[in-house]
Structures are given as structure tokens and as C-alpha cells.
Design a protein around this ligand. Structure first.
Ligand code: NAP
Ligand code: ZN
Length: 349
């Protein structure tokens, strides 16, 4: 076993405490990664606080991992010691079902293995990236392009791919009007990516507080959803809406903003159901869809796209002692626009 330093919560309401966890000894296809940075995703909070159902404790969250290969198993071919690599929301899948074979491991028919909070094929409870080291099979490791800073790369492993994948799937590009609901971690990446793909981008945020930022990130328009006039003005406007909101919102109001044949894709994953009136769809042949992260091949494609287009998340690097505070700020929609833990600060406990 390999002992790693980590920060864990020990109960649903608990604060973070320093601890150690055991990583498995390297199997032939495994890579040991020395983690340098880990992003904080709202899903970490949903999971730890039991929003999506019970979880095990202690829990080490973190699925936006950037680091350096420290050791490789005897049959690893893709990576060597010293390579700059990333790990996102999953660390394994069956590898055999139709979706795995098509490179959409996130939709594995047996269920993918989450980076934390899951039971892996060795029967061990997975623990995430708020830690100094992780062992991952090489097929679930991606390469961070040269010249991309590791701290800025980390959030791309979840916030980046989760927005890139639906933008690609629903063909965001020139001539398409895309709205992004919620300007947080995922939302700000959606704006940057949709803009780079050539779409006309509108941000729908609760207020106009972040308008300057939104326009700088690449949005063409910015509206406050607290103003009911917004919904009248923009009725029937968008080809694609990416909803990143972590809480329940009035879906009928947002569906009314779609044009004929438009699609609203929910990537936000609130714990409560999101009821809709079917007439919100029927009236303009609209679709209400969902999307989960992206496959490994597409994650690599997204990283390369970001490198090529010079796209990086806006980050606030924090120390391991500030995770509790950062979580409270995420919950208060006070994140600009992704917190990233400097794992180096975890070593001095
Ligand atoms: P985040 O940084 O907290 O951003 C969420 C944004 O939603 C906030 O910044 C805020 O934007 C808006 N918002 C929050 N509460 C709201 C409310 N009550 N009413 C209206 N708007 C509200 O979170 P994130 O890390 O981007 O994650 C967003 C959601 O996506 C979470 O539910 C997360 O679990 C989920 N997620 C899903 C996937 C997937 O594969 N589908 C992957 C990662 C994350 P404004 O201040 O601009 O209004
Ligand atoms: Zn995430």
C-alpha cells in the first residue's frame, strides 16, 4: 500500500481534517500520480453533504486532479515518470460494453467508477484528489498539454469537459445562439468554450453583479434572471441552453426561452426534482436533456482544444486549510470562478 496525505470530511456536516489514506500498490497498468492541484467542484459538496443520497465517511472529495507521474506499473505504455497528467471524475469502467468501446465510459452500462465515493474493481472505496497521491489505471489518465499551467488545467477535468461535451454534442458553433444559466465553475467554462466554438453566447445569471466578468469571458449578452422582463424579452431565442445551476429553478421559464427545435441541457445536478409542463416542450418541438461529464478521448480533445485556443479557467488558488471556507463561498455563489487547492500546502501538517 502507498500512504497519501489527504483532507477528508468525517460526517455530513463535518469540517475538513488532515488524515492519511492508503492507495493500492501499482498494478501493471497503473500510474502513481503526485497530485499538484485539485479543483473544488460543487459536486464535491453535494456528495459530502448527502444531497444525492448517503455516502461513506471519511470521504476525500476531488475529481479535478492535475499532477506529475511519479511511478508507473510494468505494462504502462502511455506515460512515463515526470509526465504532466490529469484525472477527472472517473477512474475506471467495465471497458467492454458498447459505451466503453465507443469511448463514452461515463455512460458505462455497469456504471463508471467515480474518482471518489465509489467501490472500485478491487473492492476498495475510492478517495479523490484532495490528497497528495492517487493511483489510476492509465486508460483513465489524460495528458496535460505542454505550456498549460497545472493549476489552471485542474478545473478542466470536470468543469471543462462537462460543458465541452454537450456544446459539441448539440453543435454549438457559428450561427447558433447559446445561453448559459449560472456563472459559476461550470458556467464560466461554458461561456469561454461556446465563444471559442463561434456561438453567440448569452449569460443568464441571478443578478448583474458579474456582468463585466461575463462579457470579458466571451459572452455577447448578459441578463439577470431576477428581472422578470428578461424572460419576456428573450422568449423563443436560443438554440441551446446549458443549465449549470446547482439548485432547483423554474424549468418552464427557461424552456420558454428556447427557439423551435431548441434543446435545454441540464448539467446542474440539484437534489430536488425539476418538474416541467409538457406544453413547454410541445409548443415549439423543444427538448429537455441531460449530459454527464465526457469520455476519456473527448476529455483529451477538450484539453487540446483549450491549449490551442488559449482557454484557461479563472481560478483562485487556496491552501488546504481553506477548503471549508471555499465550500461556503461556493454555496453562496461567491466563486470567481473555480477554487483550486495547492496540494503542496497539504504536506506541511
Ligand atoms: P457553482 O460554481 O456553485 O455554480 C453554480 C452557479 O449556479 C452559481 O454560481 C450561480 O450562478 C447559480 N446558482 C446557484 N444557486 C442558485 C439558485 N438557487 N438559483 C439560481 N441560480 C443559482 O457550481 P459548479 O461547480 O459549476 O456545478 C454546478 C452544478 O453542476 C452542480 O449541481 C454540480 O453538481 C453539477 N455538475 C454536474 C456535472 C455533470 O456531469 N452533469 C459535472 C460537474 C458538476 P449565478 O451567480 O451566476 O446565478
Ligand atoms: Zn465536478
Amino acid at each position: 500500500m502507498i500512504t497519501a496525505g489527504a483532507r477528508a470530511v468525517f460526517s455530513q456536516e463535518g469540517m475538513f481534517k488532515a488524515t492519511t489514506i492508503e492507495r493500492r500498490e501499482l498494478q501493471p497498468n497503473d500510474v502513481l500520480i503526485e497530485i499538484k492541484y485539485a479543483g473544488i467542484c460543487h459536486s464535491d459538496i453535494h456528495t459530502a453533504r448527502g444531497d444525492w443520497g448517503p455516502t461513506n465517511y471519511p470521504l476525500v472529495p476531488g475529481h479535478e486532479i492535475a499532477g506529475i507521474v511519479a511511478r508507473i506499473g510494468s505494462e504502462v505504455t502511455k506515460y512515463k515518470v515526470g509526465d504532466r497528467v490529469g484525472v477527472g471524475c472517473m477512474v475506471d469502467s467495465c471497458g467492454e460494453c458498447v459505451h466503453c468501446r465507443n469511448g463514452e465510459e461515463q455512460y458505462c452500462l455497469s456504471g463508471n467508477t467515480g474518482t471518489y465515493g465509489a467501490i472500485d474493481r478491487y473492492g476498495q472505496f475510492t478517495q479523490g484528489g484532495y490528497s497528495t497521491h492517487i493511483v489510476v489505471t492509465e486508460g483513465f489518465v489524460v495528458r496535460i498539454p505542454d505550456g498549460m499551467a497545472l493549476d489552471a488545467a485542474a478545473p478542466l477535468l470536470c468543469a471543462g469537459i462537462t460543458t465541452y461535451s454537450p456544446l459539441r454534442h448539440w453543435s454549438a458553433g457559428p450561427g447558433k445562439k447559446v445561453a448559459v444559466v449560472g456563472l459559476g465553475g461550470l458556467g464560466h467554462m461554458a461561456v469561454k468554450l461556446a465563444h471559442a466554438m463561434g456561438a453567440e453566447v448569452t449569460v443568464l445569471s441571478q443578478s448583474l453583479k458579474k456582468k463585466e466578468d461575463g462579457l470579458q469571458l466571451g459572452a455577447d449578452h448578459y441578463y439577470a434572471t431576477s428581472d422578470t422582463a428578461t424572460f419576456k424579452q428573450l422568449a423563443g431565442s436560443f438554440d441551446l441552453i446549458i443549465n449549470t445551476v446547482s439548485a432547483k429553478v423554474d424549468m418552464d421559464a427557461y424552456l420558454s426561452l428556447l427557439a423551435l427545435d431548441g434543446t435545454l441541457v441540464n448539467v446542474g445536478a440539484p437534489s430536488q426534482p425539476l418538474p416541467i409542463q409538457v406544453f413547454s416542450l410541445i409548443h415549439a418541438r423543444r427538448s429537455f436533456a441531460g449530459s454527464m461529464i465526457g469520455g476519456i478521448r473527448e476529455t483529451q480533445e477538450m484539453l487540446d482544444f483549450c491549449a490551442e485556443h488559449n482557454i484557461a479557467p479563472e481560478i483562485e488558488v487556496i491552501s488546504a486549510d481553506s477548503i471549508d471556507e471555499a465550500w461556503e463561498r461556493v454555496l453562496a455563489s461567491d466563486v470567481r470562478y473555480r477554487f483550486v487547492i495547492d496540494i503542496e500546502t497539504m504536506k506541511h501538517v
